[in-house]
Design a protein around this ligand. Sequence first.
Ligand SMILES: Nc1ncnc2c1ncn2[C@@H]1O[C@H](COP(=O)(O)OP(=O)(O)OP(=O)(O)O)[C@@H](O)[C@H]1O
Length: 272
Amino acid sequence: MSVRLDGVTLTHANGYQALQNIDLRINKGEQVAIIGPSGAGKTSLLRLLGTGLMPSSGQLQILNQEASVLRRRALRRLRARIGLIHQNPPLPSRQRVVTAVLAGRLGQWSLPRALVSLCYPLDVPGASAALEPLDLANKLFARCDQLSGGQLQRVGIARVLYQQADLLLADEPVSAMDPVLAEHTLGLLRQVAAQRELTLVASLHAVDLALRHFPRLVGLRHGRVLFDLPADKVSPSHLTQLYANDSLAEHLDAPAPAEPAAQTKEKPYRCS
Ligand SMILES: Nc1ncnc2c1ncn2[C@@H]1O[C@H](COP(=O)(O)OP(=O)(O)OP(=O)(O)O)[C@@H](O)[C@H]1O
């Protein structure tokens, strides 16, 4: 099993409880979309799955390992098997695309090899092959600060595809892309995950993309799982419940502000 959460609660450092009593199982090779309103806890959940955060209570098993008891070195080995795709990839602005992609395997290389690769790209064909299906092969030697937001997202994806992880975690992976590119990129991610039998968990705001591309959807609301269903069982009423926004509705239902008190009207200007 790739992911197993039992009664997981996550409380952030400021005391805010972002996830409450989450039970979740994701098998090897599954493709799951996490959907839910802003602030529901999607990113917090993905950070937990990536072991960047640990549960405040409950059990977190990632790739069959109990994450919270691992020592530093074992945790590093586990993280090298997890590919993180960020909404805004944290790539150094002056770094070349080729170096950014090759950095996907830094966690798997020896320290000398990793250091050399940061200065002198050791596997240019490998980086190029990862960029090619994302239509970015021509940007191999561009600097990251010369790319658009959508291109940067695709470099982040190429880096994770190069990493050859066992578990792919994608936080809003196509949010900066136009609809055609978003469709293509999600399709590619799913295809690669299926070919390599990787587990793919992605958070998405675009519900239509989630429904079209993912066989299983988990709906998060207020830090809890509202539903966990095959895509074809997710109904409009599930979505209405998931995205209901009571506080915004209050604003919309509130009576329109009163007209300002009648003011002394200026006399119409007349040409005399
Ligand atoms: N580091 C943090 N410290 C304190 N609270 C946090 C932290 N990170 C997130 N939160 C809070 O936890 C809740 C869930 O945030 P999270 O980013 O997981 O939501 P999300 O579903 O990914 O939202 P969005 O769709 O807007 O990105 C929010 O109320 C947020 O304010």
